[in-house]
Design a protein around this ligand. Structure first.
Ligand code: CA
Ligand code: CA
Length: 184
C-alpha cells in the first residue's frame, strides 16, 4: 500500500500541471482555518485516488483528478483553478511531509517549485491545443495512449506515454520532468 501510495505521489508530482502560492487571508485565524480545510480537501482526494487509480483504467483516474481541479465544473482547467489546487497541495504537504517517504517529498517539492517558477498559466498554454484558455480532458491526455490499464502502470510503459511530446511542451523546464521521473 505504501509503495502504491508512493507511486501515486510520483504520478501526482509528474502531473504537476498544477500549483503555486498560497492565497493570502486577512487574519491568522482565517488563514489557519482555510489551510486546514484545504489540507483536508486534498487529503480526501489523494486517499481516494491512491486506491482508485490502481483499480480502474487510467482514464477514470485522470477524470477523477480533472474533476478535483475543475473547480467551476466547466470541463476546462484554467490557471486560476490550478492556483487553487496548488494551495490545497501546499496546505496538505505542510501537514504531511514529515510522514512521507523522501522520494515522495522530493517529487512533490520539485513539482511545486516548478509550478511556482514557471507559473500556472505556462502549463495551461502548453496543453491548451485549441487556444480557448483552458485545458480540456482531451488536451490533458493528448500525449497518452489510454487503454484498460491503470494510470500508474501506463506511466511505466514508454509506448503509452509520449514523453518526448511532454518534454517538448515543458520547453525550458523539461529537465524538471527528467528529475521527477528519475526521482533523484
Ligand atoms: Ca474549470
Ligand atoms: Ca483548450
Amino acid at each position: 500500500m505504501l509503495r502504491r501510495t508512493h507511486s501515486c505521489y510520483k504520478a501526482l508530482a509528474f502531473g504537476s500541471l498544477c500549483f503555486l502560492l498560497l492565497s493570502s487571508s486577512t487574519s491568522v485565524f482565517a488563514q489557519s482555518a482555510d489551510s486546514a480545510l484545504r489540507a483536508q480537501r486534498f487529503s480526501d482526494y489523494i486517499t481516494q485516488a491512491a486506491s482508485l487509480c490502481f483499480a480502474v483504467p487510467a482514464r477514470l483516474c485522470i477524470e477523477h483528478a480533472f474533476a478535483f481541479a475543475d473547480r467551476n465544473g466547466d470541463r476546462g482547467l484554467s490557471p486560476a483553478e490550478l492556483i487553487d489546487v496548488d494551495g490545497d497541495v501546499r496546505a496538505w504537504w505542510q501537514e504531511s511531509r514529515n510522514r512521507l517517504p523522501a522520494q515522495a517529498n522530493f517529487g512533490i517539492g520539485l513539482g511545486l517549485l516548478l509550478a511556482q517558477y514557471a507559473g500556472h498559466g505556462y502549463f495551461v498554454s502548453a496543453w491548451d491545443g485549441d487556444g480557448d484558455g483552458v485545458v480540456s480532458m482531451d488536451e490533458l491526455t493528448a500525449d497518452l495512449t489510454l487503454d484498460d490499464r491503470p494510470f500508474p502502470v501506463l506511466l511505466q510503459d514508454d509506448e503509452a506515454v509520449d514523453w518526448a511530446s511532454v518534454r517538448s511542451r515543458l520547453g525550458q523546464y523539461g529537465s524538471f520532468l527528467d528529475r521527477i521521473r528519475g526521482g533523484s
